[in-house]
Each structure stands twice: as C-alpha cells, then as structure tokens.
Design a protein around this ligand. Structure first.
Ligand SMILES: Nc1nc2c(c(=O)[nH]1)N[C@H]1C(S)=C(S)[C@@H](COP(=O)(O)O)O[C@H]1N2
Ligand SMILES: [Mo]
Length: 268
C-alpha cells in the first residue's frame, strides 16, 4: 500500500469530482467531459445536448440491489440516485468476433485451476476465491455496447456475477457495515501489469459484472480468463482483464491509463 500511496501522490493533481455539485450537475459535467475527450463537444448541436442531458436517470433495480441499498438510505441516495442503465440489446445483435485490445498484465501464461481471486480486507486475512466460489452466485448476463476510448465500439455479450451482489455476499466495501462505504475499489492483474481504480458507485452499478463468460462460453485468455471486470458505465480501459486481486480503499487506487494521461474516471 505504501508504494501505491507514493505513486498516487506523484500523479498530477486532477480536478476532483466536486462533492458540492448536485447529481444532475455531476452527470452533466461528466457527459460534457466525455464528449470533450473526443474533441466533439463543439460539434454536438444544442438540441442533441438537451436530449442527452434529459435522458432518464432512473430505472427499476433488481430486488437484491435494493437490499444492498437498504443498508443506509442516505448513503444509498447519494451514491445511487444517478443510477441509469446502459442500453441492452437482444443476444442476436452481439458480435461473434470480439475484438482483442490491450495485453498488459496478460503476457504470462496462467493456470486457471490454480487461479484464485484475492480480496484484500483491512484488518482481516485476504479472501481467496476460486472460480467455482464465484459461479455459486447467480449468473447475470449483459449484452451492451462496449466502448473503447480509442473510438471503436461493439455490442458484446457477457455473463458473470453481479459485482454488488458479490460485495454483499462477502460483506465487502463498508468500514463498519453501516453504510460507510470506501470510496474506491482497486483491481489488478495477478502480475500487477495492469491495474484500475473505480469509484464505488460505478462498481456497485447494477450492470457491473465480474465476468467469466463471453457469448455463453468460458472467457478466452486474451479476453481476460478466468475473470474480468465488465463495467458498462466506463470506457474499455477500466474493464480490467484477468483480475488477480481487488480491494476497497479510501485512497484513489493506482490506474494504468490515468498514469498515462487519461482522465481517472473515464466515464461515459
Ligand atoms: N489486463 C488488461 N486489461 C485490459 C487491458 C489491458 O491492456 N490489460 N486493456 C483495456 C482496454 S483499453 C480495453 S478497450 C479492453 C478490451 O477488452 P477486450 O480485449 O476483451 O476487447 O480491455 C481493457 N482491459
Ligand atoms: Mo480501450
């Protein structure tokens, strides 16, 4: 952790997400930032902006998710009032040839039977979970448009464990279990070659998955076998392939592409 803190401090000070903005202002700000990234903001006609910013921000949540949120309504409201679902598609629309992009952290062979997901917990022994442990949780499928910050996108079909449900099952993420969530989740590959930091609200978004299937088949190596993150509210860069370990934290975890100049949040 000491090493991470150091590196975190060396990062250029980026504008923090201002806590004082209303949810709507934050959504607006993030939306504008996402467009600004592509240098497109100026090209979007005013009417289209109005339409984008007027999109519904609410959607029905699955029951278990409401239970997760029930822990502390105030925190839940602050964290999840902007829960809006990414559009989903019929499975026939999913591409068969899913593009492979990015091999950092995947360069050495991995024995999936020996693999364990290591969950670091403050003041407790790490949890070591096998793929079967994760498969014991209900499977959730998601067919959505995956977007890479480089400018390509694909409709892809994933299956895995809902991250919020995983967090609930293993009682992770809260300091005392009374709604005091850590603000960030960090994840990295087993060799530490790729790593991401995610804000907790995005991680707990109802469509965020720990995925072990693509197109109803076990994940292929270069797509992140045995387990990867699928997080539709973020660009591809945050969708870490081959998760080795994860941890909740107060400090902003290191992030591979943020260290190389991309916006830390990389939201959509
Ligand atoms: N371990 C690891 N995960 C990664 C990357 C990487 O280089 N290494 N690249 C990211 C980027 S930029 C994208 S667009 C997606 C691509 O996922 P795919 O290869 O399954 O299409 O993985 C993300 N996760
Ligand atoms: Mo990407």
């Amino acid at each position: 952790m000491a090493e991470m803190d150091d590196i975190d401090k060396k990062q250029p000070e980026k504008e923090p997400e201002p806590e004082t903005l209303t949810t709507d202002q934050q959504i607006r700000r993030r939306t504008i930032k996402a467009f600004a990234w592509f240098g497109l903001a100026g090209l979007v006609p005013y009417g289209v902006w109005k339409w984008i910013l007027a999109q519904p921000k609410e959607a029905g949540l699955p029951k278990f998710f409401r239970e997760v949120l029930g822990v502390n309504e105030q925190v839940a409201n602050r964290y999840f009032s902007d829960t809006h679902l990414a559009p989903t598609f019929p499975k026939e629309m999913a591409v068969k040839n899913v593009r492979i992009n990015g091999r950092a952290g995947l360069r050495t062979a991995l024995d999936p039977t020996a693999w364990r997901l290591r969950v670091e917990r403050a003041g407790q022994k790490p949890l070591l979970l096998s793929l079967d442990d994760l498969k014991a949780l209900p499977k959730q499928e998601l067919i959505f448009q995956f977007k890479c910050i480089e400018g390509w996108s694909q409709i892809q079909h994933w299956g895995g464990v809902n991250f919020a449900e995983f967090v609930k099952k293993y009682e992770l993420g809260q300091k005392t279990g009374s709604g005091d969530w850590y603000p960030y989740v960090g994840m990295k590959t087993p060799d530490g070659g790729y790593y991401v930091g995610i804000d907790t609200p995005s991680a707990l978004h109802p469509q965020t998955l720990l995925a072990y299937e693509m197109n109803e088949q076990p994940l292929q190596d270069l797509h992140g076998a045995p387990l990867r993150l699928i997080i539709p509210v973020k660009y591809g860069v945050k969708n870490l392939k081959r998760i080795g370990s994860l941890w909740f934290s107060d400090e902003r975890p290191r992030d591979f592409w943020a260290e190389r100049g991309y916006d830390y949040h990389d939201g959509l």
